[in-house]
Ligand binder design. Structure first.
Ligand code: C5P
Length: 242
């Protein structure tokens, strides 16, 4: 992840707008966050966690007591929200939202649900488009989300759609949350994840779907290491970290 967001930089003229992009889209819990971070680290490329941007805007809107169904109000909030990522490329970066450390809060399923609700509004997606594209800087970018390969970086030379069965995804999320000291009921998590995927896949704008030129990878029963190797194999040696 770039050390901080860069509002104000013109994505069309930013140095590195021609940098290679590897997009990894997929449903929640498919492992794309972990895989993307590991792949970015191995390549020596930047990493964009676009879901964190939607989560951050959902959180900022909630802090401002904005009605999440009010598309214009949430879009205005998206435009003024300052999101900063802090990390060294290994492990999950810290996320600061309007100067507050929101790392823990953003990983909660409530933040995921709020993100999914606001992400269905076209003006909110537009408000975040340039910001996402501004992460494309040399030597390259690994971008993870739902519409990275279809809408934000349709010209990306490397695209993956990563999925896994709903049960396996809920198990992974359950384990992840448990490791963070958050106790959640497995059945309700499975239900929430399935509902979120259904909403993400059926929305009118930028729905969750594989780009026609994406490599489709099912990670059910595969280790993270195996998936990472599979994804890395897409990128020619000459473009990798020496
Ligand atoms: O990837 P993550 O689970 O953090 O994303 C949270 C929510 O943000 C998703 O359920 C989805 O609704 C939304 N999102 C999106 N487009 C993206 C990334 C995330 O709509 N590129």
């Amino acid at each position: 992840m770039s050390p901080s967001t860069s509002r104000g930089r013109d994505p069309a003229t930013a140095a590195g707008a021609t940098a290679p992009v590897l997009t990894i889209d997929g449903p929640s819990g498919s492992g794309k966050g972990t895989v993307s971070r590991m792949v970015a680290h191995a390549l020596g490329w930047h990493y964009l966690d676009s879901g964190a941007l939607y989560r951050a805007v959902g959180l900022a809107a909630a802090w401002e007591q904005i009605d999440l169904s009010d598309a214009e109000a949430v879009a205005a909030c998206a435009s003024r929200t300052v999101i900063r990522f802090d990390g060294d490329g290994e492990g999950e970066p810290k996320v600061w939202v309007n100067g507050k450390d929101a790392t823990h809060q953003l990983r909660m399923e409530t933040a995921g649900a709020a993100a999914s609700a606001i992400a269905a509004h076209p003006p909110v997606r537009s408000a975040l488009t340039d910001l996402q594209r501004s992460f494309r800087t040399d030597p390259g970018l690994v971008a993870d989300g739902r519409d990275m390969g279809t809408v934000i970086f349709p010209e990306a030379p490397f695209k993956v759609f990563l999925t896994a069965s709903a049960e396996e995804r809920a198990h992974r999320r359950h384990k992840q949350l448990k490791e963070k000291g958050v106790s959640v009921n497995f059945d309700s998590l499975l239900h929430e994840i399935s509902a979120r995927d259904e909403r993400d896949a059926s929305r009118a704008v930028a729905p969750l779907k594989p780009a026609s030129d994406a490599l489709f990878l099912d990670s059910t029963g595969r280790s993270i290491g195996e998936v990472v190797q599979h994804v890395l194999a897409l990128v020619p040696e000459s473009m990798r970290r020496p």
